[in-house]
Design a protein around this ligand. Structure first.
Ligand code: CP3
Length: 344
């Protein structure tokens, strides 16, 4: 059997059309998910391998995505490190961590004993998925550090930057521990059967280029070199709002760089270099535009990515919870139709 389209594109091999999947493709915009959510908390869904596997498969079955992403969350690793985590109506809440003692108390989790549900879910999905590849994932150290320091989602990242600027030693010890933990988590997912990995650096765009280089880049390089299956399992390095320092992001590594819509994808690709694949980058809000407008925007992304192999179509960030399912279906159909016409 030929290698799946998605994996071939990750390795920049020729493909007959552009593969497509969406960040946050399993979740609240889907009715099937909301039904399950009526009976179970988000945490219960994540920790029940049978249900997590089922949710993972929902968008693949409904829309024919070219890859599945395991249903889980980037913050669950915090529990394995010894930090209390809860999901509230207002978003995730963590016990804020700011002192050297708190950082010293963080453990590198043993994934097989502390997150067994995740590995079990991956195995179940692999049994049911057929040839569609499964993506395992983790939050990048900086994005995780911001949740740990702020105690939740932030707009200003004030506490994160305050710690970074006033106690760089403590901050970098935190980053070191997170880097080790994330490497463990990614390696365990590959062992369990993940065919590709994505690292989400969702909030790194709050940094200046200089601070990225100084406080994040060395840890990202360490993380990438800590992935045991590098070269065998493709790694997608997603950054949000990092248009000011994409060259540095590419120095951190990964096989594919994922970018948001604030930078034109052809320019992003030229800046990171054609030795990487590229993923993205439709504005998630384009799914709320009229059909004709959506088509033009899909066409534009495909046009800019051009005929060069190595493009994976995605949104520039997660699919919004209010998105109609039929627009997601339409998007997948458009990418298939417009990209095979271009190839032909
Ligand atoms: O389909 C998939 O992509 C797989 C599952 C997945 C979830 N979260 C499920 C989820 C993935 C890949 C994530 C990643 C994630 N989680 C990120 C990085 C991607 C991004 O969007 O930037 C971040 C920053 C988080 C942290 C997080 N988890 C927040 C801020 C929230 C609450 C607000 C929100 O966006 O929903 C969550 C909860 C969460 N994670 C839900 C889901 C389906 C919603 C839970 C619910 O109420 O049902």
């Amino acid at each position: 059997m030929p290698e799946p389209l998605f994996l071939r594109a990750c390795w920049r091999e020729e493909v007959e059309r552009t593969p497509v999947w969406l960040m946050r493709q399993a979740g609240r915009y889907m009715r099937a998910y909301r039904e399950m959510r009526r009976r179970h908390s988000f945490m219960e869904l994540c920790k029940n391998p049978r249900l997590a596997a089922e949710i993972t498969l929902q968008p693949v079955r409904a829309f024919g995505m070219d890859a599945a992403i395991i249903f889980s969350d980037i913050l669950l690793i915090a529990e394995g490190m010894g930090v209390r985590l809860e999901y509230t109506r207002a978003g995730p809440r963590l016990e804020p961590l700011r002192t050297p003692e708190q950082v010293e108390s963080l453990r590198v989790p043993d994934v097989s004993t502390q997150m067994p549900y995740l590995l079990e879910a991956i195995k179940l999905v692999k049994q049911k998925l057929g040839s569609t590849p499964l993506i395992g994932f983790a939050g990048a150290p900086f994005t995780l550090a911001s949740y740990l320091i702020e105690g939740g989602t932030s707009r200003s990242f004030m506490q994160t930057k305050r710690l970074m600027f006033t106690s760089p030693g403590t901050f970098s010890e935190l980053m070191r521990r997170l880097t080790d933990a994330v490497a463990e988590l990614l390696n365990a997912q590959v062992e369990a059967g993940a065919d590709a990995l994505q690292v989400f650096d969702s909030w790194v765009g709050c940094l200046s280029p200089g601070d990225y280089e100084r406080y994040v880049l060395p840890h990202m390089r360490e993380l990438m070199s800590g992935i045991d299956a590098r070269g065998e399992v493709p790694v997608i390095h997603f950054v949000n709002q990092a248009g000011g320092f994409l060259e540095s992001v590419s120095r951190a590594g990964g096989d594919v760089i994922g970018v948001d819509w604030r930078v034109p994808i052809d320019i992003a690709w030229r800046r990171i270099g054609y030795g990487f694949g590229i993923q993205g980058n439709l504005d998630p809000m384009a799914l709320f535009a009229p059909e004709h407008e959506l088509e033009l925007r899909v066409e534009e992304v495909l046009e800019r990515a051009g005929a060069r192999p190595g493009h994976i179509f995605n949104l520039g960030h997660g699919v919004h919870r209010a998105t109609p399912e039929r627009r997601v279906r339409l998007l997948v159909e458009l990418v298939r139709r417009l990209s095979s016409r271009r190839a032909g």
